[in-house]
Design a protein around this ligand. Structure first.
Ligand code: FAD
Ligand code: MLT
Ligand code: ZN
Length: 467
């Protein structure tokens, strides 16, 4: 029997996709990389995933796991060899159980994040992971990249939201680690190794995740700021005033929201006079509307008096709050439509962020005149999407020529500021060659040993994270 027929025996013929049906799975979200594969398979259960992996392991066929295919680093795209099987998790989309007393939910890994948020809400809880791709990204992809998003400040990233995992290992055996325990010190933490491993150590089939109380009230404001120093000063004040009620603090260069408005004119900009920087501030309060509003306005008033804020729009209702967030969350799409860009998902200590931006912007201006700086990101986490784009003076051809030099300039700067070259998107294939430049040889060697221990045949997402 042929290899593809054996796969069809496991998952059913209609769940083995080739030809035109395979095409959408071969290219990444940004159209930056296209690979080739023998087929895409869509298993419908953990047992089917295990059987597919056993077949692939036996035949020495690479397995590239794909959830929502929203990776921004080419993590879910196969290489050009055409050998791989793409394992698509879309049919693993069940909610297995909600345990209200344990405040946990157990779901399969192909569940779309937005559907999980909704299920949690319907059960009277909050699942706080929130990001612009939430309508199409999956829990498995969020786990495999240790996704961050806009609520990390209060709730942490995906690792901090996870209690247990079920994983199909490289030999096709199933590890059931679906424990809903908040305390468990029984040896090495396999769960935390699989989280953030980008499909290179195992295929996550299910997870037990933490749930939180729904806040009684939220307040959102868009702030106009004249400098990053002022944005950091507002953050300092907000942390002091709100403590754990501070749930979001996002920074955006003025040019980012101009681009959103340019691409989507129905999205109105909040200020008549265009600011150099915007910040989106959000609190979530457990007491109620009046209490939240009182402390929000008091803090903003003090910030105005201190000269940190030039202007502010406070959302008066849920729709206005959604509109402000929509501006922020449309930046990625607008940048993808308006310009050719290079993404840098860096983090540096918050205390050094203003200096980092000033010196790196200046270095870009000197070395790449005309390059468009369009920085935004999760300032509260020290995580910037220090993205740069083409302009009339810096064309797509200039960018193609200088791609590596720009990458190195920004990543070297992050490294020099004791930062990271990937805060939340992962390494994928786009950053794999950057690893030896910034990771100590010892760290890389330990990582390679882990990879060999978990996947001796190198069949799980080869060429991603490590070479
Ligand atoms: P995919 O893109 O399908 O895969 C991502 C990686 O995970 C690949 O390496 C893949 O092999 C692996 N993988 C997927 N499923 C599994 C599984 N079940 N088991 C093992 N490995 C698996 N990221 C952030 O952190 N914060 C953001 O704010 C954010 N915003 C975004 C906004 C937009 C508009 C877009 C397009 C992307 C954004 N991302 C963000 C990046 C992206 O990492 C997340 O969208 C998401 O976590 C990826 O989920 P996915 O299901 O699409 O994974
Ligand atoms: C975001 O914060 O919106 C995402 O990480 C996407 C991006 O970097 O473009
Ligand atoms: Zn982000």
């Amino acid at each position: 029997m042929s290899f593809l027929s054996s796969l069809a025996e496991v998952v059913g013929q209609k769940n083995v996709l080739t030809g035109e049906e395979l095409a959408p799975y071969l290219t990444d979200w940004r159209n930056m990389a296209t690979g080739a594969a023998q087929c895409a398979v869509k298993p419908g259960s953990t047992e089917e995933v295990a059987a597919v992996v056993k077949l692939c392991a036996g035949a020495g066929v690479p397995v590239v796991t794909q959830g929502g295919n929203t990776s921004l680093v080419g993590g879910a795209t196969p290489d050009a060899s055409g050998n791989a099987v793409i394992l698509v998790t879309a049919r693993l989309n069940k909610i297995r159980v909600i345990d209200p007393d344990n405040a946990t939910i157990t779901v399969e890994s192909g569940l779309i994040l937005q559907n999980l948020q909704e299920a949690a809400r319907n059960a009277g809880f909050l699942f706080p992971l929130s990001l612009a791709a939430e309508g199409s990204c999956t829990i498995g992809g969020n786990l495999a990249t240790n996704a961050g998003g806009t609520q990390v400040l209060r709730y942490g990233n995906m690792r901090e939201l996870t209690l247990g995992l079920e994983v199909v290992c490289a030999d096709g055996e199933i590890w059931n680690g679906l424990r809903g325990l908040r305390k468990d010190n029984t040896g090495y933490d396999l769960r935390d190794l699989f989280i953030g491993s980008e499909g290179t150590l195992g295929i996550i089939t299910a997870a037990t995740l933490k749930l939180f109380p729904q806040p009684a009230a939220k307040c959102t404001a868009m702030l106009a700021l004249s400098s990053v120093e002022n944005a950091v000063a507002v953050l300092r004040r907000a942390r002091k005033a709100f403590d754990t009620a501070l749930t979001g603090y996002e920074l955006m260069a003025g040019v980012c929201l101009d681009m959103v408005h340019g691409c989507f004119p129905q999205q109105k900009l909040p200020f008549a006079e265009k600011p150099v920087w915007y910040a989106l501030l959000e609190i979530s309060d457990s007491e109620g509307e009046e209490h939240a509003r009182g402390m929000f306005e008091a803090m903003l008033g003090e910030s105005f008096e201190a000269g940190e804020i030039d202007d502010a729009v406070i959302a008066e209702n849920i729709q206005q709050s959604k509109d402000l967030w929509h501006l922020r969350e449309s930046i990625t799409l607008a940048q993808a439509q308006a310009v050719k860009s290079i993404k840098h998902d860096i983090s540096v200590p918050v205390s050094r962020i203003a200096d980092f931006i000033a010196t790196t912007d200046a270095a870009c201006r000197t070395r790449f005149p005309g390059l468009l700086n369009m920085t935004f990101g999760h300032l509260g986490d020290g995580n910037l999407h220090y993205n740069v784009g083409t302009s009339e003076r810096f064309t797509a051809a200039d960018m193609a020529r200088d791609y590596d030099a720009i990458y190195n300039l920004v990543h070297d700067a992050a490294h020099a500021y004791a930062g990271s070259i990937s805060a939340e998107h992962g390494i994928g294939s786009f950053k794999v060659d950057e690893m030896p430049r910034y990771k100590a040889p010892r760290e890389l060697e330990l990582m390679r040993r882990i990879k060999v221990a978990f996947d001796p045949g190198n069949i799980l997402n080869p060429g991603k994270v490590l070479r």
